[in-house]
Design a protein around this ligand. Structure first.
Ligand code: P1T
Length: 377
């Protein structure tokens, strides 16, 4: 099936009781059991919920995987993955990831005896060099938040296979419409479904997709045992949203490309980071492993006063955390999403005080461009 057909139909069959075309919100904590040990496969809401199962099957189809496992947030999904390893194990992580991922690994999970190496995975030799005897997972984010660096997923997957490591990809910035890491040989895909997958800035959610029976079995166990499950209503909202994912992503792609070109040509920004620009260091790789360049742009204005002026004066862009919604957002990574990354690390990555991140929405792009021009006047 094509992407849009799956997006609209996968995991969803008319309700057997009423014929309702849309999967109902099964807002129930428990289920009636006929007699001891006899039930319809549904015992308790944390363990089984049909709205959630429909969402899991839907996203699994979009990511070309066998299993989806949904969580209450992207970070809850990332946390669940640490249940695949034990104290004393080592994880290799892309050095530029969402600040919350850094915080979870370095400032929480390290205290549980996990060891993390932060490397620039856009150079695959850095992954090979970082492998230790106790390495178990390789956690990649591509393109990265907020610097938009890419990692060659096929190359990274091959290194992982050769060394018996599990490869994980945070695919949040691309959505399953633009990139499918499982088809490139990776083992696990993770999304903050808060972002493009839901796309309407009204849900916090996370989801993991894999085709491995063994990984699925363990993560399903953790989903129930730890219990960070999303609500039936949130699952229903996300399920409604994936129906329009393809058309939204097409518009995000178009608008971001035009805005990135404007930022370069107007010479307003000193540096523009967008994988769709020919000047982006990983542009060729982007064309190879992605089906579009996405809606995220970062730009360094070279002067914090110019950055502040834009952040304060824009009217259509909203100053706020998050990304991937139909409405455009603007943010300041150094003080917002990446504040928990130490300043010297941020400086090394290019997350300067004058860096601004744009989540380009699906409004009329001429209005978005005027909004930035007017903010500077
Ligand atoms: O916010 P949550 O649903 O828990 O997802 C965390 C997360 C994971 N991965 C990536 C790439 C992310 O960007 C995020 C969340 N990011 C933001 C809130 C942000 O503004 O960048």
């Amino acid at each position: 099936m094509g992407f849009s057909t799956d997006a609209i139909h996968a995991g969803q069959t008319p309700d057997p009781v009423t014929g309702a075309v849309i999967v109902p919100i099964y807002q129930t904590s428990t289920y009636a059991q006929e007699e001891l040990g006899k039930h319809k496969g549904y015992e308790y809401g944390r363990t089984q919920n049909l709205t959630r199962q429909s969402l899991e099957a839907n996203i699994a189809a979009l990511e070309k995987g066998k299993y989806g496992i949904a969580f209450g947030s992207g970070l809850a999904a990332t946390h669940a993955l640490t249940g695949l390893i034990k104290a004393g194990d080592h994880v290799i992580v892309s050095n530029n990831v969402y600040g919350g991922t850094y915080r979870l690994f370095e400032l929480v999970m390290k205290d549980y005896g996990l060891d993390f190496s932060w490397v620039d995975t856009s150079d695959l030799s850095n992954i090979e060099k970082a492998i230790k005897k106790n390495t178990k997972l390789v956690y990649l984010e591509t393109p990265t938040n907020p610097m938009l660096n890419l990692t060659d997923l096929e190359g990274a997957a091959n290194i992982c296979k050769k060394n018996n490591l599990t490869s994980i990809v945070d695919n949040t910035f691309m959505s399953p419409y633009l990139q499918n890491p499982l088809t490139l040989g990776c083992d696990i895909v993770l999304h903050s479904s808060t972002k493009y997958i839901n796309g309407h800035s009204d849900v916090i959610g996370g989801i993991i997709v894999t085709s491995s029976d063994k990984i699925h079995e363990r993560l399903r166990y953790i989903q129930n045992a730890v219990g960070a499950v999303p609500s039936p209503f949130d699952c229903w909202l996300v399920l409604r949203s994936t129906k329009t994912l393809a058309v939204r992503m097409e518009r995000h792609n178009q608008n971001a490309m035009k805005l990135a070109e404007f930022l370069v040509e107007s010479e307003i920004a000193k540096k523009v980071y967008y994988p769709g620009l020919r000047t982006h260091p990983h542009h060729e790789l982007a064309k190879k492993q992605m089906r579009g360049f996405g809606g995220m742009i970062s730009a360094d204005f070279g002067d914090i006063e110019i950055a502040k002026k834009i952040l304060k004066n824009v009217k259509i862009f909203t100053l706020g955390e998050s990304l991937g919604g139909v409405e455009s957002l603007i943010s300041h990574p150094a003080s917002m999403t990446h504040a928990s990354v130490p300043k010297e690390e941020r400086d090394k990555l290019g997350i300067t005080e004058s860096l601004v991140r744009f989540s380009v929405g699906i409004e009329d792009v001429e209005d978005l461009i005027s909004d930035i021009e007017n903010a500077l006047k």
